[in-house]
Design a protein around this ligand. Structure first.
Ligand code: ZN
Ligand code: ZN
Length: 338
């Protein structure tokens, strides 16, 4: 039996611990992946702190996985050993529920998430079902691909399905792990891109990422500033504060839409008369499927979108996790193979 290094959580609220385990075997319709890089996402907290219902322990977190197919399980067609693949939040679907029957796999009633439903990418190897695989283009490195498989796809897919058209005013609320990718995607999709963050320290970065306008939400009224630019067709909310989202709503123009991808505990308050008279809306957006991931990776190579990352070896996962959760990382933390 081959052994490997893995970083697991033994119980809800417990620490991330480096352990030795047997390399798992792929079952029917699955592949064994040799993990080359795995991004750390804020949602890994759901596993570590036991905030997702039904997580069983010990569990290896990680749903931003870039690797190489090591072994192909029985019944697998179309995927070969040695192929570079990524796995993101969409870690599998049942194919039989009502949503799957409508081809809406990301909303599968029995959907699987790597690192939550089964062991994820904080390890040398992991097993995934083939419907969760995305091809990684040759021109994209593993460490750059990893964050695109959750932070990247979530912003890319929300924007490309937003209804905004080239030339429309699109604002990215919050410049962090999600937002710094959102600004790049918005600009590459041909939107008039506005970056919104607190303070002046991110102004230069926003311009460098491709934003045409920067709004300092500490110094300016977001709603007035967006209205002065003509009103936003889309505001992509990457912040984790419902209050901050509510403040921005006044900046929506005709048919404007607030799209929520930042997880917030507090509610968003909608200004009703404005919403009626400007035909505004609020929508949430849940990442996307493995096929959407593949599109995200391909578009990123095509247009030069890159995540800003800090890398740590797998053996220092606990430190890397704390760095990501502290909010000090610029902007995503990626574990590299041990
Ligand atoms: Zn994530
Ligand atoms: Zn299903």
């Amino acid at each position: 039996m081959r052994t490997m290094k893995a970083v697991q959580v033994a119980q809800a609220g417990g620490p991330l611990e480096l352990v030795e385990r047997n390399v798992p075997e792929p079952g029917v319709g699955q592949v064994l992946i040799k993990v080359q890089a795995c991004g750390i996402c804020h949602s890994d907290m759901l596993t570590k702190e036991g905030l997702w219902p039904g997580v069983t322990y010990p569990r290896v977190p990680g749903h931003e996985i870039a690797g190489i197919i090591d072994t192909v399980g029985a019944g697998v067609e179309g995927w070969q050993k040695g192929q570079r693949v990524g796995v993101g939040w969409h870690g599998g679907h049942c194919g039989r529920c009502e949503r799957c029957r409508h081809g809406d796999f990301i909303l599968c009633e029995r959907g699987l998430i790597p690192g939550i439903s089964y062991d994820g990418g904080y390890a040398d190897y992991m097993v995934a079902p083939v419907e969760a695989l995305a091809r990684i283009p040759d021109d994209l490195s593993d460490v750059d691909a990893a964050p695109l498989l959750c932070a990247g796809i979530t912003t890319f897919n929300a924007l490309r399905n937003s209804g905004a058209r080239p030339g429309d005013l699109v604002a990215i609320l919050g410049i962090g792990g999600l937002g710094h990718l959102g600004v790049q995607f918005a600009q590459k999709m041909g939107f008039r891109t506005v970056a919104i963050a607190r303070g002046q320290d991110k102004a230069a970065l926003a311009t460098q990422l491709g934003a045409q306008h920067y709004i300092d939400s500490k110094a300016e009224n977001i709603a007035e500033a967006l209205q002065a630019l003509g009103g936003a067709r889309v505001i992509l909310a990457t912040v984790t504060s419902g209050k901050a989202m509510s403040v921005a709503l006044g900046g929506l123009g005709s048919d404007g839409k607030l799209i929520i991808i930042g997880a917030s505990e507090d509610p968003v308050e909608v200004p009703v008369p404005q919403f009626i008279m400007r035909r505004n809306s609020v929508q949430g957006w849940p990442s996307g499927t493995s096929a959407d991931s593949q599109d995200t990776l391909a578009f990123s190579v095509l247009t030069g979108v890159k995540p800003m990352i800090e890398t740590f070896p797998l053996t220092r996962a606990a430190e890397a996790y704390d760095r990501m959760m502290s909010g000090a990382a610029r902007f995503r933390v990626v574990l590299t193979a041990s």
